[in-house]
Design a protein around this ligand. Structure first.
Ligand code: GDP
Length: 301
């Protein structure tokens, strides 16, 4: 489909900032140590991380040996296979279950693209026929509620918020309202930063506990939004949020403008939490499901 083509192009042009340096490794005529060394540097520069880079190099050398490849261009194809295989465990769809409502808690540090991603996700869910209720549980940042309300308007969905309210109370209300109003999904927007005297992880754990009180099967999903531009820092965020909250999925944003696309390989190697969606732009429709092979292709194009 043309729409799919254009986001792939956008992803490619973003990743090309990385990809060009990986792809150029294969423009020579010989498969030798120099090629592997250049490749190692290129992978590390793309924020693939030491562990995933080592894994890929070993896997690639085995593939080269097995295939008896003689041309660098063939090695590039084999690297694509190796990356696609490494990324495959991250490819998993977000499934909205039969429970009503499915409660999805969304976390992410300020600036990661959390609010935008919730707006896009709302559209994605609404397009698939689900009724959505938004919960404005970031009550610390003055503009957070207003920003979320803008996305609610754009999607014509309802929003639960409280003037100066407590985040946990808003979340509790939203889950109850979601059930009372027969909504399919409640999306809970959480804070990405708190006043310095408060601890973010403790606050998020509290929201999770209170959501559980409102519905003992909830939250059904705990998503973390990470900025694909922040490379290894994003991996550190995945680890610490997972430890505190038990993540069920990721949304990786800003892959339309990044030079750090390799970070997905690092995530796959070190903390294989499904990437439900990738963000490839600032608009409502710029959210795509993650496909391991397409991503590997884009990374090396
Ligand atoms: P939050 O603080 O995590 O809620 O972040 P926002 O949703 O407000 O997003 C921060 C900035 O990143 C905004 O300028 C967004 O338009 C931008 N942004 C979010 N997602 C993407 C994306 O996938 N691609 C691009 N290019 N920009 C994005």
């Amino acid at each position: 489909a043309p729409a799919r083509q254009s986001w792939m192009e956008r992803l490619k042009s973003g990743l090309r900032k990385t990809g060009s340096s990986i792809a150029t490794v294969f423009t020579g005529t010989r498969i030798d140590d120099a090629l592997y060394e250049e490749l190692e540097t290129a992978l590390l520069m793309a924020d693939t991380g030491v562990q995933a880079t080592e894994h890929l190099l070993q896997d690639l050398k085995r593939r080269v040996k097995d295939s008896k490849a003689t041309e660098p261009a063939q090695v590039k194809g084999l690297l694509m296979d190796a990356i696609a295989e490494l990324l495959a465990p991250l490819q998993k769809p977000l499934v909205i279950g039969a429970q009503q409502p499915t409660v999805i808690m969304v976390a992410g540090v300020n600036g990661a693209g959390k609010t935008t991603s919730i707006g896009k996700l709302t559209k994605h869910l609404a397009d698939s026929g689900a009724s959505v209720l938004l919960a404005a549980a970031d009550t610390f940042r003055a503009a957070a509620k207003e920003q979320l309300a803008v996305w609610a308007d754009r999607n014509t969905v309802e929003i639960i918020s409280q003037e100066g309210g407590d985040p946990a109370a808003v979340s509790f209300d939203a889950v109850s309202a979601g059930r009372a109003r027969g909504k399919d999904v409640v999306l809970v927007d959480t804070a990405g930063r708190l006043p310095t005297q408060l601890h973010l992880m403790e606050e998020l754990k509290k929201i999770k506990r209170v959501v559980q009180k409102a519905d003992n099967t909830a939250p059904h999903e705990v998503l973390l939004v990470i900025d694909g531009n922040t490379g290894q820092n994003a991996l550190a965020q995945v680890k610490s949020f997972d430890e505190a909250l038990g993540l069920t999925g990721l949304i990786v944003t800003k892959l339309d403008g990044t030079a750090k696309g390799g970070v997905l390989c690092a995530i796959a190697r070190e903390k294989a939490i499904p990437v439900y969606f990738i963000g490839v732009g600032e608009k409502l429709e710029d959210l795509e499901t993650f496909d391991a092979r397409e991503f590997a292709q884009a990374l090396l194009s």
